[in-house]
Ligand binder design. Structure first.
Ligand code: ADP
Ligand code: ZN
Ligand code: ZN
Length: 732
């Protein structure tokens, strides 16, 4: 008897057999195509599943099988390529297939809902609005801004207005005045002829030609170009080629608020019909964009991590910008790397893949140097910008104010007086990373994690940065009641305070996840800073991610030592990437910028390397070290983690797992642990881990299957959660 073999959206790593729904005609059964959704009873719940195949028979007795409730879709909503990709990813990452398929669907289609695609909500000017002169509504600047945007284009998506800082309230005010009206966007307004691109320089032209020479089948290239070298211009011209072939281009960008800037450049070149997929959209907007990608209505699809699973009608080109960025790796649940999946997808769909970065991940660089990827380098800034010079400030024995040495304060003054903008990097938010009693030594610890609480003075709270714990900032020591509480260390809030006292006549913008809460906050700030007036930008890693601040001429790293001593094997790679990315913000137009790095260790070999070597050279040196250690990309890692309420349950589970797996390990593989993870207790749970190393990807795959097989055989312990992370980014 034929059975439906399904991936069901539940956390189990197997496929499930169901009988066809009652009353399904034999013809309808044989017409069923893989990928259609099926509604089933699962335990006491109703879930959706995806048809993988109609099998001749089940390994289970027919009497034990339940019939599926209904077939939901008349045709699969996934493209054949994405269907295959999901199955590959479930196997590669050893993740429950149903949960992988879920990622490939918009939230609006997750509970076996029938497919009823919404239109993309947008706004346009009313007749009256069109009659207004340019520059109207000066007395309400936000409304004037919205009006100006709407005057520039016939219709605008609600989401893209929001990204430019225009929220629903402003639009409603225009609506009430009868100036603007809601509409459903017509999909796919791509210009039939894109705006012409810039004439390319020699390196850009070589990259474009080299990549196009392989166009039309799978080929992957690394575009390794320093910040401002014109990588984006190369992407744009590749996309123009892809569109001219009648194909679709998929562009992946990192998570942090980069979308508006990149999108604006793409829109200026190609028109407004770009489908955008990221976590800031509501369900309707995501569904609409996903549908536009799937049907091919949108020729360009731009999105963050999970967009790599969106179906395309005519896939041709996949671009991963800032491919080294950690946000491409999902760190919980389905732990996949969108960058790696992009390459696999290119293979499956015969598409051209381009990975671009100023600071490529060592994995990517290795593939390029081995000749598996094409490799193009852009070593010059494309516009007029020059590369900044890096210099250390030795802060030993210096009196620091808010972390700033005198030399740095003078440099800041000089830059501001010279009409320039300043960017200060401090990768710690809050006021101070610790609170201590001066009389008895008590330190504010998180009660649920092995970590100190961070002082947030403005909110008057202590917060844990590893769980949601937070308390009122105490006035007195809970242990000895002394009122002499001291803060230790430095966060952005504190530095901001000192900057306001010292440089109060200039605007100071703090950029971290506390200050950039609203959806349009980052974009508003970026537009304000881009007017070029002198100001200080102070921020965490958020600031370093690809934003263009053309007026910034002085960049300073306030505490480079915090980057210097990392226990993780990727520590040096991360530091080199971070410093290079921070430095890349300086001098993007006009004069060469200046980058100052404050450190207590100016002579440390690593610090010396950072100051004198370019990223490209450091990376090549680091690759050699990895080879000697057998660490990725030479060799592969898999991490098994347990989280448990008791200290030793996880450790015992992993020890038992190791005992089972050891005798069956593929040749050259080894297991290390169980070990407590570096921050062992978080949110009240104890974390332990078992690290598995394999010499190559094939054996890593066999090893991953073995480990999961053994783990699933072990009697489960109460309250214990285990997970597998294939190619982990963090070993914590
Ligand atoms: P990247 O993506 O590598 O950071 P961009 O593509 O953003 O670099 O280019 C940096 C700046 O140089 C932009 O202002 C861009 O318009 C300009 N630019 C890029 N390519 C050229 C070119 N061939 N000629 C002139 N200017 C260019
Ligand atoms: Zn005390
Ligand atoms: Zn905590």
């Amino acid at each position: 008897m034929p059975v439906l073999r399904l991936a069901v959206s539940c956390p189990l790593r197997s496929l499930f057999d169901y009988l066809p729904p009652a009353g399904l005609e034999p013809q309808a059964l044989s017409d069923l195509r893989p990928g259609v959704r099926v509604k089933v009873d699962f335990g006491r719940r109703q879930l959706q599943g995806w048809l993988i195949e109609v099998a001749e028979e089940s390994a289970l007795p027919a009497a034990s099988l339940r019939a599926a409730q209904a077939v939901v879709d008349s045709a699969p909503l996934l493209s054949p390529g994405v269907l295959q990709l999901c199955l590959w990813a479930a196997d590669y990452y050893q993740h429950p297939p149903g949960e992988v398929f879920e990622v490939a669907f918009p939230p609006g289609l997750r509970n076996a809902q029938p497919h009823q695609p919404p239109g993309q909500p947008g706004w346009r000017l009313s007749q009256r609005g069109k009659g207004l002169p340019a520059g109207a509504l000066q007395r309400s600047p936000r409304q004037a801004e919205a009006l100006a945007l709407l005057q520039d284009s016939a219709e605008l998506a609600t989401s893209s207005l929001r990204e430019r800082g225009i929220n629903a309230g402003i639009l409603r005010q225009l609506e009430q005045k009868g100036l603007a009206e809601r509409c459903v966007l017509a999909p796919g307004r791509i210009l039939s002829t894109p705006q012409p691109g810039l004439p390319l320089n020699g390196e850009q032209a070589a990259a474009l030609e080299g990549i196009l020479a392989h166009y039309g089948g799978f080929h992957c290239s690394l575009l390794e170009g320093i910040t401002g070298s014109g990588k984006t211009e190369v992407y744009l011209q590749l996309i123009a080629h892809c569109l001219a072939q009648g194909q679709q281009a998929l562009v992946l960008i990192p998570e942090i608020g980069l979308t508006p800037q990149t999108l604006a450049r793409f829109t200026a070149r190609f028109g407004t019909g770009i489908a955008v997929l990221h976590s800031g959209l509501n369900d309707t907007e995501r569904y609409a964009a996903w549908e536009a990608a799937r049907t091919g209505a949108a020729s360009i699809v731009m999105g963050t991590r999970s967009a790599i699973f969106s179906s395309l009608r005519r896939p041709g080109l996949i671009i991963v910008d800032e491919e080294h960025d950690a946000s491409f790796k999902q760190q919980d649940g389905f732990r996949y790397s969108a960058r790696d999946i992009a390459v696999k997808r290119g293979q499956i769909e015969g598409a051209t893949v381009v990975l671009g970065s100023a600071t490529p991940a060592l994995e990517t660089l290795h593939n390029a140097l081995q000749g598996r990827y094409g490799h193009y380098r852009l070593t010059q800034r494309a516009g007029q910008g020059e590369l900044p010079t890096l210099r250390a400030i030795d802060v030993r024995r210096e009196t620091l104010q808010g972390g700033l040495s005198r030399a740095l304060r003078e440099a800041i003054h000089g830059a501001l007086r010279g009409g320039q903008q300043v960017l200060l990097f401090l990768n710690r938010r809050g006021y101070a990373p610790a609170l201590q009693c001066h009389d008895c030594g008590w330190i504010a610890q998180c009660s649920a994690c092995d970590t100190r609480m961070t002082v947030h003075r403005r909110q008057r709270r202590l917060r844990c940065h590893h769980c949601s714990a937070n308390l009122r900032l105490p006035q007195a020591c809970p242990s000895c009641h002394s009122a002499r509480l001291l803060t230790n260390g430095l966060g952005t809030e504190q530095t901001e305070e000192v900057l306001r006292n010292t440089f109060g006549e200039w605007p100071i913008h703090r950029v971290d996840s506390d200050s950039m809460q609203g959806k349009g906050a980052m974009q508003t700030l970026v537009s304000e800073v881009q007017n070029g007036a002198p100001c200080i930008l102070l921020g965490t890693q958020m600031l370093t991610k690809g934003h263009h601040f053309p007026g910034v001429n002085l960049v300073a790293v306030i505490d480079a030592d915090a980057l210097l001593f990392s226990a993780d094997f990727r520590g040096e790679e991360r530091m080199a990437q971070l410093l290079t990315q921070v430095a890349g913000r300086a001098g993007r137009t006009g004069d060469a910028g200046q980058v100052l790095v404050q450190t207590h260790y100016p002579d440390h070999p690593l610090m010396q390397a950072m100051l004198t070597e370019r990223y490209a050279d450091q990376a090549r040196r680091l690759l050699q070290a990895r080879e000697e250690q057998g660490m990725p990309p030479h060799g592969r890692l898999i991490l098994l983690r347990t989280d448990s309420p008791a200290t030793d349950t996880g450790e015992r589970f992993l020890a038992a797992l190791r005992q089972q797996a050891d005798p069956a390990l593929p040749q050259g593989c080894r297991l290390i642990g169980p070990l407590p993870s570096p921050l062992q207790r978080r949110a009240g749970k104890f974390r332990n881990q078992l690290l598995a190393m394999a010499p190559d990807v094939r054996r890593a795959q066999r090893l991953a299957r073995l480990l999961v097989h053994c783990a699933e055989q072990l009697p489960s312990r109460q309250g214990l959660n285990w997970s597998i992370d294939v190619d982990p980014l963090d070993l914590g």
